[in-house]
Design a protein around this ligand. Structure first.
Ligand code: SAM
Length: 301
């Protein structure tokens, strides 16, 4: 069964691309997509409601819908929660409809609609971005989305972001494109991760004595791995998680001659990290503060 109305539009194009040998180019990451990129298929209202719930959209948010159609996502958020924001759509007919719908809903003081290419939109104000586009458009947008403020929520109807796995996903019953029952919609949520990859000098007190560790993170999207070093002792990091600015990770290393478990939680902000670390070992059980700066710790000769 085809879950999405948009797939029905996208499939003939994909089939043509495969048959004509253009598929590798179509499926490759594209820096820019020629407009207009996506046909108009409105998101069913129950899916709009669930998208806003999964994105935890509230009064404090600024929501931008990329390819806003008749404006229903932005207008629903403004009407229900008082959310501010705007929609962009390449099609002037959609912009006229969206402005009319905003007027009828009494939310023109909080929302606006701009006729423009979604790739040209200024997204810097967004705390939430919603999308009902196509896979290749999501992937072309990915670098711009990853550069948004850490913590910005991205909610997509039906299409994922390739190898950038979502933080949450849901499949819900939805009317099909022709208003019939028995369809399904996928909803995906990503939280833009802070940039944590690279080397950090992590400082914390152990039994009252400051210790500086060299922690190296390898980051792919919100996923982290890496290693921690103290003097000549080195170990792998485990249980690393990054959600927006929030980071947590752990490791076990010998400190003062005995294995010591370290469980960090904290935030990555303005190129620094700080938070609490729980220490547990045969001689130590404590919760202390830690902070980190970029750069490698000095090595003992
Ligand atoms: C699938 S509809 C989604 C509409 C609305 N967001 C919703 O979920 O109900 C995609 C919309 O994107 C618009 N669109 C297509 N290409 C665009 C582009 N390059 N820039 C801005 N809007 C575009 C279309 O006009 C259409 O209204």
């Amino acid at each position: 069964m085809l879950r999405s109305g948009l797939w029905k539009w996208a499939l003939p194009g994909l089939l043509f691309a495969v048959l004509s040998g253009a598929a590798p180019a179509l499926l490759a990451e594209e820096p820019r997509v020629v407009s207009p990129t996506v046909p108009y298929v409105p998101t069913p209202q129950n899916v709009v409601d669930r998208m806003l719930a999964i994105g935890k959209v509230g009064a404090q948010d600024y929501l931008i819908d990329l390819g806003s159609g008749d404006g229903r996502i932005v207008i629903t958020a403004a009407r229900r929660f008082g959310t501010r924001g705007f929609g962009v759509d390449i099609n002037p007919v959609r912009i006229t409809e969206a402005n009319e719908n905003a007027r009828k809903a009494g939310v023109t003081d909080r929302v606006s609609f701009q006729q423009r290419d979604l790739f040209e939109a200024d997204l810097s104000q967004a705390t939430v971005i919603t999308m009902y586009l196509l896979p290749r458009v999501n992937i072309a947008l990915r670098p711009k989305l990853l550069d948004l403020k850490p913590g910005t929520r991205l909610v997509s109807h039906d299409f994922d972001m390739g190898d950038w796995k979502p933080d949450e996903a849901a499949r819900i019953p939805a009317p099909d494109k022709y208003g019939g029952s028995g369809g399904e919609s996928d909803i995906y949520l990503w939280v833009v991760p802070a940039k944590a990859g690279g080397s950090w000098r992590v400082t914390l007190p152990v039994s009252g004595k400051p210790q500086t560790y060299e922690v190296s993170f390898e980051q792919k999207y919100q996923f982290l791995g890496g290693s921690a070093r103290l003097g000549e002792r080195i170990t792998r990091i485990d249980n690393a998680r990054l959600r927006g600015e929030e980071i947590s990770f752990g490791f076990t290393l010998d400190v003062n001659g005995a294995p010591l478990r370290h469980e960090f939680s904290g935030r990555v902000q303005d190129g620094r990290m700080s938070g609490d670390v729980r220490l547990s070992g045969s001689r130590v059980a404590a919760r202390v503060e830690w902070n980190a700066e970029r750069g490698a710790a000095p090595r003992t000769p």
